[in-house]
Design a protein. Structure first.
Lengths: 210, 210
C-alpha cells in the first residue's frame, strides 16, 4: 500500500519516515492565503482542516511515470494558536523574537489538519479527515535564550516560531496530546483514518523506522 | 561547554543531537540489576533517579586522550510503569506481545531520571538531578498490529515494549508531559539543571539540530 504525501514540509516527511513509511512526495502548490481568504473567518481547527483538504485534492490528478496515483493521498496543514489568535511562520527575526517574549512560560495550541483520499486503483473513491490538537507549554526562557534561538534562524520558518524535534526542544516543557501533531502529522490519527478504509497500518511499512 | 553522556542509549544520543548538542559518549558499565537490588524496593521515580546517578558517577574518573573530563556529565535511566508495576525491556517476542495485549488502549507512566555532575576543570564540583514523568496513552491496536509490531523486533529492546520516535509512533495516541522524557531524556529538564549551575543552554549548542 503506497502513501502519497501532498505536503512540502520536511517535518511531516521526517515523521513518516521515522514511523516506517517512505511516502511518494507531491507538491500541492496551493495558494494557502487565497484559500483561507475565500473561506472567510475560520477557527484554527477549521483552517487546518480546510488547507489539508485543499492540498490533498490539489494533487489527485498527478501522473507519475505515466500512471495515475494508486494508493492513499495525505494532505496536512498546521497552525499555532495563542490567546485565540492564529500564528503562522514569523519569517523575520524581530517577529520571531517578539513572539517568544510573549509565549514563553505559557501554553498554546498546535492544530494539525489531515485529509486522506482513497485513490486506490487510480481514482478517488472516498475521503476522510481529522484534526489533532496538542497543548504546548513553553519554558520561561531568558531574553538571551530568545536571542540565541532566533539567531539560529530555525524559528523563522515554522508555525508558532518553535520546533519540538530540533533546536527548540529544550524550550518546550510540556505537551498534552499527540506529540507528532506538534510536528505536523499525527501518525496515530493517520492510522485511524486508514483503518476506516479497512487498511491496517503495518501494511504501509516500507522502511525500518527511525 | 562540553556535555558527556553516560549512557549507551541510541535514543538519548539522538535526542541530544536533534536538540543541537553532540555529546562525548561514555559507557558507564553499571550493573543495573545489582544497584537496584542493593537499594531494596523503590518507586519508579526513585529507581530511575538512582540508576541515572550511578551511571553518571561511574564515569567521573574517565580519562579521554590523556585528560580528565572537563564539562558536565549526564547520566540517564528510564522505566515504564503500568498499574503500579515497573517494566523494563521485554527481550522476548512472546513477552512483548503479551505486554501489548495488556497495555493497548490504556495509559502508563514513563519515568526518566537525570543526574548531572559539574565536572568542569577536571574535578567534580557539584551535582543535581531530577525525574521527568510523562503519561503515555496507547492506541487500542488489533492483535494483528501487535503481531506485526513484535515481528519487527523493535519492541524487544525498549522499556515498556514501545517507541514513540520510531515504528511505535502510530500506536501512541497521547502524551501528557515532556515527550522527550518518553524517549529517555527531557531536554527541558536538562536545560533547567544546567541553569542551576549558571550555564545557559545555547552555550551547549555545537551542531545544527535535527
Amino acid at each position: 500500500m503506497r502513501l502519497y504525501l501532498a505536503s512540502t514540509s520536511p517535518a511531516r516527511l521526517a515523521t513518516l519516515r521515522a514511523a516506517g513509511v517512505e511516502p511518494i512526495l507531491l507538491s500541492p502548490g496551493v495558494d494557502e492565503d487565497a484559500v483561507a481568504a475565500a473561506a472567510g473567518p475560520l477557527s484554527g481547527p477549521e483552517l487546518v482542516a480546510l488547507l489539508a483538504r485543499a492540498k490533498a485534492e490539489a494533487v489527485t490528478g498527478s501522473v507519475i511515470d505515466g500512471s495515475p496515483i494508486d494508493g492513499f493521498i495525505l494532505g496536512g496543514d498546521s497552525a499555532f494558536e495563542l490567546d485565540g489568535e492564529l500564528y503562522g511562520k514569523p519569517h523575520f527575526p524581530e517577529v520571531a523574537a517578539e513572539r517568544w517574549r510573549v509565549q514563553r512560560g505559557r501554553t498554546g495550541l498546535l492544530h494539525s489538519g489531515h485529509w486522506l483520499i482513497d485513490h486506490r486503483g487510480g481514482a478517488a473513491a472516498g475521503a476522510a479527515g481529522g484534526v489533532a490538537t496538542a497543548n504546548v507549554t513553553f519554558a520561561d526562557i531568558t531574553d538571551a535564550e530568545v536571542d540565541a534561538y532566533v539567531a539560529t534562524g530555525e524559528p523563522l520558518s515554522v508555525a508558532g516560531a518553535f520546533t519540538i524535534d530540533s533546536l527548540g526542544s529544550a524550550f518546550i516543557s510540556r505537551v498534552e496530546g499527540d506529540p507528532h501533531a506538534v510536528v505536523g502529522l499525527s501518525v496515530a490519527l493517520l492510522r485511524e483514518l486508514l483503518l476506516g478504509f479497512g487498511v491496517a497500518w503495518p501494511s504501509l511499512w516500507n522502511r525500518g523506522g527511525a
